[in-house]
Design a protein around this ligand. Structure first.
Ligand code: NAD
Ligand code: UDP
Length: 340
């Protein structure tokens, strides 16, 4: 069993991955600056796994801090979640995104090299496909950029691939997530956007719980079956389990991989709203609004490669994603810190 550093491990996907790793017998060291998460997560994780959680508070851009963490704890591999992720904000403040995401990753990779830690699992995104030519999207599809956040993901993938080439002992699994939604079945952890959500599912949740009056549907004139945008929503617990599978693959096979993590199913905005209404018993009023700049009509994965290499596939359907998202939202209507 491995000892794994999770940068950004207090965040939405990192916290769910911590649970799955610990339940698979691995040890976890969370490193987070809490710029987009709450320390309350650590108490909740402790409740779920029934054991103490190791967490070092600090910034991945700080090499001295990172070096000390590597010296204090055994680390066999790193799962690197820490990043800023809001597309709109990245268009307004591109330098912050380059600095946090790209410089942070370079510092992490430098310290890993000094400490001779040679395994990396990296959080990439379907955003690296830009405007996809067709769906389902395979990993060998053309890559593109539609915003500065996406650029940081593409650049980080390229940096990591260059390091794998230069240092063959260094191995990386690059995971391209489609649209993570849902929450742990306990309702103790979930997505807490802290303010007005940018993404569809947390926005639906806030409408259902009464925080917001209605959902603006960004366009109903796309060339999709009902005119609204189509995405590949994946339950965050399925995604978390894929990280365990990717880590095991890296440690066992020692091969570099880049894989899509999605279900392979395209779901429209209106279909997700309807599934959520059924799962929650709440109504979610919608208002048809103009298209959101930069949005694409449809984006869903071909997940066959992850299935073949990792022996992993998504298990939970859209209904389950909505049931779990609603449990989290209704138990925590204002997120982790109600006063925030
Ligand atoms: P999140 O914001 O919930 O988690 C990221 C965590 O990283 C936060 O806890 C934040 O405090 C921490 N962090 C950020 N910068 C840091 C720094 N410089 N030093 C230390 N900690 C730092 O986001 P998430 O949804 O869990 O996403 C995790 C990763 O997955 C990110 O890299 C994101 O780009 C990627 N991703 C997310 C989605 C999505 O829809 N959630 C989709 C594709 C890819
Ligand atoms: N969307 C919407 N209203 C919202 C947020 C999102 O209609 O308030 C739509 C968006 O246009 C897209 C889909 O929901 O078609 C998923 O958007 P999200 O931001 O969650 O993911 P991404 O576009 O980054 O894949």
């Amino acid at each position: 069993m491995a000892s794994v550093m999770l940068t950004g491990g207090a965040g939405y996907i990192g916290s769910h991955t911590a649970v799955e790793l610990i339940e698979s017998g691995h040890q976890v060291v969370i490193v987070d600056n809490f710029s987009n998460s709450s320390p309350v997560v650590l108490e909740r994780l402790q409740q779920i796994v029934g054991a103490g959680i190791v967490c070092e508070r600090g910034d991945i851009r700080n090499a001295d801090f990172l070096t000390e963490v590597f010296q204090r704890h055994r680390v066999d591999a790193v799962i690197h979640f820490a990043a800023l992720k809001a597309v709109g904000e990245s268009c307004e403040q591109p330098l912050n995104y380059f600095e946090n995401n790209i410089s942070g990753t370079i510092t992490l990779l430098q310290v890993m090299q000094q400490q001779r830690v040679n395994g990396l699992v990296f959080s990439s995104s379907a955003t690296v496909y830009g405007q996809p030519e067709s769906c389902p999207i395979r990993e060998d599809a053309a890559l593109g950029i539609t915003n500065p956040y996406g650029r940081t993901k593409l650049v980080m993938e390229q940096l990591i691939n260059d390091i794998c080439t230069a240092h063959p002992q260094f191995k990386a699994a690059i995971l391209r997530y489609f649209n993570p939604v849902g929450a742990h079945v306990s309702g103790l952890i979930g997505e807490d956007p802290g303010g007005i959500p940018n993404n569809l599912m947390p926005f639906i949740c806030q409408v259902a719980v009464g925080t917001r009056p209605q959902l603006n549907v960004f366009g109903n004139d796309y060339p999709t079956p009902d005119g609204t945008g189509v995405r590949d929503y994946i339950h965050v617990v399925d995604l978390a389990r894929a990280h365990v599978a990717a880590l095991d693959y890296l440690l066992r096979e020692g091969q570099n991989i880049t894989v899509n993590l999605g279900t392979g199913c395209g779901v429209s905005v209106l279909e997700l709203v309807q599934a959520f209404e059924q799962a929650s018993g709440r109504s979610v009023p919608v208002n048809i609004a103009p298209r959101r700049p930069g949005d694409i009509a449809e984006c869903y994965a071909d997940p066959a490669l992850a299935n073949r290499l990792l022996g992993w596939q998504a298990e939970y359907d859209v209904k389950r994603m909505c049931v779990d998202a609603w449990r989290w939202q209704s138990q925590n209507p204002e997120g982790f810190e109600p006063s925030r």
